[in-house]
Design a binder for this molecule. Structure first.
Ligand SMILES: [Zn+2]
Length: 317
């Protein structure tokens, strides 16, 4: 008791925040900032692989020419530091089916910085600015002796600017779009972060839904030509309607995975994108991580190609 007999209130000592405690506090609020999010072994073990579709036709797939830039691997795959740098690019793919030729992820338009990057939040622009020498979609097509007139349609894995801005240079090309993805981009008062509405405005759009059964470890599917050669599968998380294209090729099954992963090391180690910029670009980080588990479970059965993984893309050719 104090000598005057009155009970005093003693303030507990207040520790000054150190850089470490601040980081720990922020790390507690932002999963993965300090330590990578762990693999959910129970979820992984419970995944049911129902196998590949019964394919009755083959397609050819070609990664169009594109330039690469080195990016710290730890940004692409949370907590992965080897190799220190990985090749990152904005690749588009050409798919030839007996009934149609189409482009997947028509990534880049001419003057992309002014027409698409300028629409993004300022904090993102320096990070996503395409490298010098990036090829617009028409130049990429020209490098393989083709033009937009040779295409029947475009099919983006999702509607972020770096997967559809090339449509701005191909205004007459029809686009096939997953219905919830179109709603995500077009239905709100303003476009979501990363969305460039002019890429879809004023053009022929054919929506599809994933009305088919599970394929591999993916919950829903859509058989694009009715012959099992191109099966669209559900890869949610990065955006609400992100899809992958499971292709039956002469060299085996190929899954164009869009941005469900930025790099194959995410799939190998089941690692999210780093919190920055992942918190800004993944619509649902938890769902995106579950999708990575689904991809991890089938990585030895299917060649999985993330759109921005330059080496994985070019190895298709
Ligand atoms: Zn992307």
């Amino acid at each position: 008791m104090p000598r005057n007999g009155l009970q005093s209130v003693v303030e507990p000592p207040v520790a000054k925040p150190s850089l470490l405690t601040c980081c720990a506090a922020i790390g507690g609020l932002v999963p993965g900032l300090i330590r990578p999010r762990p693999i959910d072994r129970a979820f992984l073990g419970a995944l049911d692989d129902v196998g590949l579709p019964n394919a009755r036709a083959e397609v050819q797939v070609l990664a169009l020419h594109q330039v690469s830039r080195p990016v710290p691997t730890a940004i692409l795959a949370e907590g992965v530091r080897r190799p220190v740098l990985s090749g990152n690019s904005m690749t588009s793919y050409l798919v030839r089916h007996p009934a149609a030729t189409f482009v997947v992820d028509p990534s880049i338009c001419t003057d992309v910085v002014d027409r698409a990057v300028a629409e993004l939040p300022g904090i993102l622009r320096p990070l996503v600015r395409p490298p010098d020498g990036v090829l617009d979609i028409c130049t990429s097509l020209d490098r393989v002796g083709m033009s937009p007139a040779d295409l029947d349609f475009a099919l983006p894995t999702h509607l972020h600017w770096d997967h559809v801005s090339g449509l701005l240079d191909m205004p007459d090309l029809p686009v096939r779009v997953h219905a919830p993805e179109r709603a995500w981009l077009m239905d709100g008062v303003t476009a979501p972060v990363g969305g460039v509405r002019p890429s879809l405005e004023g053009r022929e759009i054919e929506e599809f839904v994933l009305d088919g059964p599970p394929v591999l470890t993916f919950g829903r599917s859509h058989d694009l030509f009715g012959d099992g050669s191109v099966t669209l599968v559900d890869l949610p998380g990065h955006t609400p309607g992100s899809i992958g294209l499971l292709l039956n090729t002469a060299r085996g099954p190929v899954l164009l995975a869009g941005d469900a992963a930025w790099h194959h090391l995410q799939i190998e180690h089941v690692r999210s994108k780093a919190s920055f910029p992942g918190l800004l670009v993944d619509a649902d980080r938890g769902e995106a991580l579950r999708t990575l588990h689904r991809l991890h479970a089938v990585r030895s059965r299917v060649r999985i190609v993330p759109t921005h993984d330059h080496d994985a893309s070019q190895a298709l050719n």
